[in-house]
Write a protein that binds this ligand. Structure first.
Ligand code: ARG
Length: 583
């Protein structure tokens, strides 16, 4: 699938045929240990064995012939390897004639992405810089590659906390506050009832009564459930919008309980209640019932997985049962190629258990379940002025980013208009912290540092955005329309290493994207964007673009800039970050 590699292989194959008269099936090219050595290298070891010659000698003989080939800029022997550098002509040819189509061969495959990691009663907090941002990249990435992607938040809207909330609302709730910001109000109620429960033992019993009412389809309870959930989802979405994150579905944990609460969204009906799942697992002898009536899964000793509870004595289910039900539901309704979970790495064991059980029950192969755990994120202490209460709300974090941005921008340019100030700070700096976060590898713990993320100096969003805006300006100033740039034929070749490097980086787009899907390594996409921007800057500084007198030469460079812009746009579409048009 790599045209460059394939072309070199083909030339090499023909040469071997010519010199040694053997048809060499597949040539295995490797990447040299250092970029400077060449684009590819070849070790003629097997060939040497077959024809009974010393490998270095073979490399020498091949070199003598290959260096005359105009596709190569340089062929060298680094004992006993052959190193190839492709010529400027080769790259120009490729650039002008090959479209860089994204391999789109998976249109019939589905991926389910489980992300966001939110609960109805808890405001999004600094930890929600992690799974929503990571997960959205996964969704966009697979969609770019042609998959059918289902984005589900598996929102927490159930269990005892939820029943408590209904009770608390009946006792102290305020309809207006609920409408205005459901999550914040529910959080207040949650804190209050947790505190009150310490002194008032009757609350526990009352909580259970609320559960009973809800499962019996009491109209008032159902109405409250619906309001809590739908208002909360809307309130959270306001913050998620600022991060350019939006799930398709919020299929809550309560859905899998199977008591028939109304659906919020358009997804298939449930086929199995949680109790059916527990029954199935018991029948399959994966789960066993204890004397006290609770149901447990005990794993084989050599698996070293601790046993876990599926259903309590009173028949209520827990977190594990909801994830098991979700796996079965997703498999039966969407038959996904993979279900990818973007969840705090501390839930690792929970998912190990769930995946083990689901595969033992033959619902889905374990290889189709991927836990993309993320490390935690914490603020450098004392770094945020708006910290309220005991959680750092995402909302406050994003507001703070905007405030800080305004200060920096005003310092740099006191004349900036109010409108630009507002727009630029909202755009650039929220994206700057998002970019900064995504530039770290998924599993590392991140200490959130404003100064590190808000800089123009190294791998940062401002740096990349600036290079993008600069490219836009060059095209603008050329006074040639984009259509003309794209369609005009040029009879000119690359003539500098900076052009070739930039093009090689552009070309690496597909490979970068495909590689990122393997282990969900989004920081490599960010690194790619940065390297691309660096190559562009080097090109911009080295090459005479607008002042070029030879029209073909100028257009060739403009074409390259256009490709750079297009590629960077795609990268940032995947990262779910909006690139600015001006800075
Ligand atoms: N509500 C869960 C929690 O608070 C998050 C849900 C994550 N997704 C999942 N499939 N378990 O931890």
């Amino acid at each position: 699938m790599n045209i460059i590699k394939d072309s070199v292989s083909e030339i090499l194959k023909q040469t071997i045929q010519e010199v040694y008269h053997i048809d060499w099936g597949e040539i295995k090219l490797e990447n040299p240990p250092k970029k400077e050595l060449g684009d590819f290298c070849f070790g003629p070891f097997i060939l040497a064995k077959q024809i009974g010659k010393n490998p270095a000698m073979i490399s020498g003989e091949l070199k003598n012939i290959l260096e005359k080939n105009t596709n190569f800029l340089e062929v060298t022997v680094a004992w006993p390897y052959l190193n190839f550098k492709l010529s400027y002509d080769f790259y120009t040819e490729l650039f002008l004639n090959e479209s860089m189509k994204i391999p789109n061969v998976w249109a019939w495959k589905t991926i389910v992405v489980d992300y966001i990691w939110a609960n109805v009663w808890k405001p999004l907090h600094i930890g929600h810089m992690c799974t929503p941002n990571q997960g959205q990249v996964t969704c966009n990435l697979f969609r770019l590659l042609g998959y059918n992607v289902i984005w589900d938040s598996h929102i927490g809207d159930w269990w005892i906390i939820f029943w408590k909330l209904i009770l608390a609302y009946k006792l102290w709730g305020d309809k207006e506050k609920l409408k205005e910001n459901a999550v914040n109000h529910l959080f207040e109620l949650y804190v209050k009832i947790t505190a009150e429960s310490e002194n008032d033992e009757t609350l526990e019993e009352k909580t259970r009564a609320e559960f009973k009412l809800l499962s019996e389809w009491n109209a008032e309870s159902i109405e409250l459930w619906k309001e809590f959930t739908s208002y909360s989802i809307s309130a959270m979405q306001i913050q998620l919008d600022r991060l350019n994150v939006k799930p398709d579905f919020d299929i809550g944990e309560s859905f899998y309980e199977g008591i028939g609460l109304p659906k919020i969204g358009n997804y298939p009906d449930l086929q199995y209640k949680m109790s059916d799942i527990v029954q199935e697992l018991t029948q399959k002898k994966i789960a066993t019932q204890n004397e006290d009536g609770s149901v447990w899964v005990i794993f084989q000793e050599n698996s070293k997985i601790p046993s876990c509870i599926l259903a309590k004595r009173d028949g209520t289910h827990g977190y594990l049962a909801s994830d098991l039900a979700a796996i079965k539901y997703r498999k039966e309704n969407w038959n996904p190629e993979k279900i990818i979970y973007h969840i705090d790495v501390r839930q690792d064991l929970h998912f190990k258990q769930a995946f083990e059980i689901a595969s033992s029950a033959s619902w889905i192969e374990k290889s189709k379940l991927f836990f993309a755990g993320n490390g935690f994120i914490a603020l450098k202490t004392g770094a945020m002025s708006t910290r309220k209460g005991n959680i750092i709300k995402l909302e406050d974090l994003l507001d703070e980013a905007v405030e800080r941005a305004k200060k920096i921008l005003l310092e740099k340019n006191p004349e900036v208009s109010e409108k630009d100030l507002k727009e630029i700070s909202e755009i650039i700096w929220i994206w700057a912290i998002k970019y900064g976060y995504l530039s770290k590898s998924r599993t590392t713990d991140v200490i959130f540092d404003w100064d590190e993320f808000m800089t123009f100096d190294w791998n940062s969003f401002p740096y990349v955005a600036y290079s993008y805006v600069r490219a836009l300006r060059v095209l603008e100033k050329s006074w040639i329309s984009l259509d003309d740039i794209k369609s005009s034929q040029v009879n000119e070749k690359f003539s500098t290493p900076e052009q070739v490097s930039l093009y090689k980086d552009i070309w690496a787009f597909n490979e970068t994207m495909l590689q990122a899907t393997e282990n969900i390594t989004h920081h490599n996409i960010v690194l790619y964007a940065y390297n691309l921007a660096k190559s562009f800057s080097a090109f911009y500084n080295a090459v005479n673009i607008l002042a070029e007198e030879k029209e073909d030469k100028k257009v060739l460079n403009l074409k390259l800039i256009e490709k750079y812009i297009e590629t960077q746009k795609l990268v940032f579409e995947v990262l779910a970050i909006k690139l600015p048009e001006k800075m």
